[in-house]
Structures are given as structure tokens and as C-alpha cells.
Design a protein around this ligand. Structure first.
Ligand code: EPZ
Length: 431
């Protein structure tokens, strides 16, 4: 199994191109189930999760073709992929696939819209918490779907199609909002979605659905209105830049010191996190080409952070920020309000010499003068990359095991960091 070996202590200097957002690409790909015509997505990141979802969609009858390299393309150019689900050939999403990627549960709404039925495995828990799907199911029921749970599967029917209705989310949910949007787009009549997630990935999905002929207004705010249409057509849509990848590299630069242009990044997608970074003492300079992050000398100031739905500080940057705070000149409190068990990186950061105490949903981080390299492993994507950030500043060698977590969500991680002077390499076990 591959490992990542990092020799800490180098400043980061240069340019890091930001890829298309994983968490936008996945629901956009799923939206291809809604039309028999071709949905072309540009700027799709090359990630294990994208490859797995292609397989899952293929099982339902979605063909795909990937454009080859074009003259003048940089190795960092995103992929253009054409998806076409001429016919839905299978409305079952099996446990073996859904349990490997939770987002694949979101095929439920488009399968219902297109085929009037779906049988999708319940995803189960995961490393960051229990992650129920009750709100997604309630949203579908509000759109006239009949649901049964049988042998670990959601068996859903909408024989006469979905019907518009009122969806009131008791809690902000990104996946719930994606589900309601994809269900309502082709429902009979109008839908209002209240307490909708405002995440940029929701807006990106709504923009794509509108390009496919849907009538959605208000996406990006907490109230979304959808006028149902009878069918959707093909479209071309470019995936927005990855705000979590942006924030991750921004924190890496704040950690090691240096000066890096995050090319293609959009500051408006992660303003809360950039504001926090500025408070830690980093210079955050939005430019026409992206966002430039600089820290030359000076201490890392401790800052307290609480995760919140967008536009708040994202839970998907909590682990990375904790990595940064391990070297702060003082103590900081990091409160996680979205997932109940998203502190699996704490014990691993401790292996590098970090001093972190947990008090319920809050981690109290006492900054230390130096971290020291060690072998570490993590149980999820963002936790793994927090260990990379810590390793980049640690004295000596850090080996991050279970690299497959990183491959799910970070495209060409080592290459991007090496290009800025980091000493980081992938090591494969012989045989
Ligand atoms: C999305 O997950 C992202 N995944 C997550 O990113 C991200 O952490 C999360 O949104 C929050 O921003 C993708 O986009 C593929 P939620 P999602 O429904 O949609 C509770 C990463 O590292 N809830 O917004 O599954 C839930 O338990 C991943 O890239 C219910 O109670 O998250 C959580 O406490 C990890 N019932 C809160 O809502 C439900 O039916 C928010 O979850 C659904 C959710």
C-alpha cells in the first residue's frame, strides 16, 4: 500500500493550481441521470471518488467519454467528461458501492424522477460520525415519494412521478438540498425548499440544472424555489474550483511560511476561512489569477474557530486548521458543530508532538515550538491531509499511511507541493 513520506522544514514558494471541486463534481455527475441527452462537465478533477462514481453511474446505464489531452493543455487542466444516460437500465444501487462512497446515495432522487422507482442501499456510518439520511428521505416524501426500508435498502417509488411540495429542513444539509433540488426539478408543480444549504456546491448544481432546462431560483440562499419541468436536456457546465483544496494549501503555506499563488482559486468561496487565516498572521491577497497566501517570519497567532454551514468556517477545513494551530504561539479552541466525531486526527497529530485536549465538541490546542516527524495514519480524507500539513512543518520525516484517503479528494497532491519546494514523495511497497 502506498505511503507519503515528507521531510519537513521547507518553505512553500510558487504556484499551486486549484482543481475542480470534488463535492461539486459528484452531484453534477449524478445529475446526468436526469436526462437522456449528454451532460458535458468541464474541469472535473482526477480523483478516486470521481472514478468510483463513474462506475456506479455506469451500473445505472450512464455511458461516459473522457476528452483526450488537447494541444497546449497543462498537466493540471481538469478533465472534460461527457455523460449520457440514454436509458436507465438498473434502478438499484447496491451496498457494495454505496458503502464505499456516501454521495452515491444521492442517485435516489434522479432515479425516481427518471424511472419512478429506486432501490438504494443505506450508506451506514462512516469515520466522521453516524451521518443519517433521514432528512433526505423526508424531503423525498414531501415530493410525493413512497418509501420503505427493506433489508438495509431504501425502496422508493413515485409511479406517477414526483410532485412539487414544501421541503422544510430541520437542519441544514448539503446532501438533502442536492436531493430536494434533483427531485423537484422534474416534479409536477412548484416546490419551495426552506432552510436549504447555501454551500457553493449547491449553487453549482442549481446552475447546471438550470442550464439543463430546470427552473430554479434562490440557490445559494436558504430559500430555494423550483418550478417543475417535464424533462431536462443536455448541457455543458464547468465545475467550480475546490474551496477545500484552496483552504488546505492556504493553511499549508501559513504553516511552513512562504509565498504561493493558489491559481484559479476564488476567495468568495471560502471568505470565512481566509479571514481566520489573516488573523493567524498570514497575508491573504486575492488577485485576478487566484488567491495569494504569504507568511514570512512572524509567529502563527492562535485563533478560535467554530465550524458552521456556509458561509461559516467549513467542517472540511477543521482538521487542517487544527494542524496549523498545533504550531501557534498560544492556545486556541476549535469547536466542531457539524459532525459529532470529526476529531480522529487529534491522536495522530499528538504523535507528531501536538498538544491537544478534547472537551466534548471542542479541541483545545496548545501550540508547541516544534513538531517532530513520525509515522501516522488517518481515517478520512481531511484528517489525512491535516497530517500532511503538520508533516511539512515537522522536524525530520513523517510517513502518512493509508494514502487512498488522500487520493479520494486531492489531485496530484505530492506534485503540487513538490513544485513549491516541499520534500514529499509517494512510496510504494515492493510487490
Ligand atoms: C457534504 O456531506 C460533503 N460531502 C461533506 O464533505 C461535508 O463535510 C458536508 O457536506 C458538510 O459540509 C459531499 O459533498 C460529497 P450534510 P453531506 O448532509 O451532504 C446531518 C468531505 O470531506 N444530517 O450537510 O453528507 C449530518 O449528520 C466530505 O469532502 C442528518 O442529521 O453532509 C451532519 O451532522 C465529508 N440527517 C449535518 O446534517 C440527514 O438526513 C450536515 O450533513 C442528513 C444530514
Amino acid at each position: 500500500m502506498d505511503r507519503i513520506r515528507i521531510t519537513g522544514g521547507q518553505k512553500l514558494l510558487g504556484v499551486i493550481p486549484i482543481s475542480g471541486a470534488k463535492n461539486a463534481a459528484l452531484p453534477l455527475m449524478i445529475a446526468s441521470l436526469l436526462t437522456p441527452e449528454t451532460l458535458t462537465l468541464e474541469n472535473v478533477p482526477r480523483l478516486a471518488d470521481v472514478r468510483l462514481l463513474i462506475r456506479i453511474l455506469g451500473n445505472h446505464g450512464v455511458d461516459h467519454t473522457v476528452d483526450g489531452k488537447r494541444l497546449g493543455d497543462s498537466p493540471n487542466a481538469g478533465q472534460t467528461i461527457h455523460f449520457r444516460s440514454k436509458e436507465i437500465v438498473d434502478t438499484t444501487a447496491p451496498y457494495e458501492l454505496v458503502s464505499r462512497m456516501r454521495a452515491s446515495f444521492w442517485v435516489l432522487a434522479p432515479l425516481l424522477a427518471r424511472a419512478g422507482e429506486a432501490k438504494v442501499s443505506l450508506p451506514g456510518g462512516c469515520a466522521i460520525g453516524t451521518r443519517p439520511v433521514d432528512l433526505l428521505l423526508e424531503a423525498l416524501q414531501s415530493l410525493g415519494v413512497d418509501l420503505e426500508i427493506e433489508n438495509g435498502y431504501v425502496v422508493a417509488t413515485a409511479r406517477k412521478g414526483l410532485v412539487g411540495g414544501e421541503v422544510n429542513f430541520a437542519k441544514v444539509t448539503v446532501g438533502g438540498t442536492h436531493t430536494a433540488l434533483m427531485g423537484a426539478a422534474m416534479a409536477r408543480g412548484d416546490t419551495v425548499i426552506r432552510n436549504a444549504a447555501c454551500e457553493p456546491e449547491v449553487k453549482d448544481l442549481a446552475d447546471c440544472l438550470n442550464a439543463m432546462g430546470a427552473k430554479i431560483s434562490g440557490a445559494g440562499t436558504s430559500t430555494i424555489e423550483v418550478q417543475g419541468v417535464t424533462s431536462l436536456h443536455g448541457a455543458r457546465h464547468s465545475v467550480l474550483p475546490d474551496r477545500i483544496e484552496t483552504g488546505t494549501y492556504a493553511m499549508a503555506v501559513a504553516m511552513t511560511g512562504g509565498d504561493v499563488l493558489l491559481e484559479g482559486a476564488r476567495a468568495d468561496l471560502l471568505q470565512a476561512a481566509l479571514d481566520v487565516l489573516a488573523q493567524t498572521g498570514a497575508d491573504v491577497l486575492p488577485t485576478e489569477l487566484g488567491v495569494r497566501i504569504r507568511r514570512n517570519g512572524g509567529a502563527i497567532e492562535p485563533v478560535d474557530v467554530t465550524t458552521d454551514p456556509f458561509p461559516g468556517f467549513p467542517t472540511d477545513l477543521q482538521a487542517q486548521f487544527m494542524g496549523l494551530m498545533t504550531r501557534a504561539a498560544g492556545s486556541s479552541r476549535i469547536t466542531e458543530t457539524i459532525f459529532e466525531n470529526r476529531f480522529m486526527h487529534v491522536q495522530e497529530l499528538a504523535r507528531l508532538g501536538a498538544r491537544i485536549r478534547l472537551d466534548g465538541d471542542t479541541a483545545i490546542v496548545e501550540g508547541v515550538k516544534a513538531l517532530t516527524g513520525a509515522p501516522v495514519m488517518a481515517t478520512d480524507l481531511r484528517a489525512s491531509v491535516s497530517l500532511v500539513i503538520a508533516g511539512l512543518a515537522a522536524q525530520g520525516d513523517t510517513t502518512v499511511h493509508r494514502v487512498y484517503h488522500l487520493d479520494r479528494g486531492f489531485e496530484r497532491l505530492e506534485q503540487k507541493l513538490v513544485a513549491c519546494g516541499a520534500q514529499i514523495e509517494r512510496v510504494s511497497d515492493p510487490g
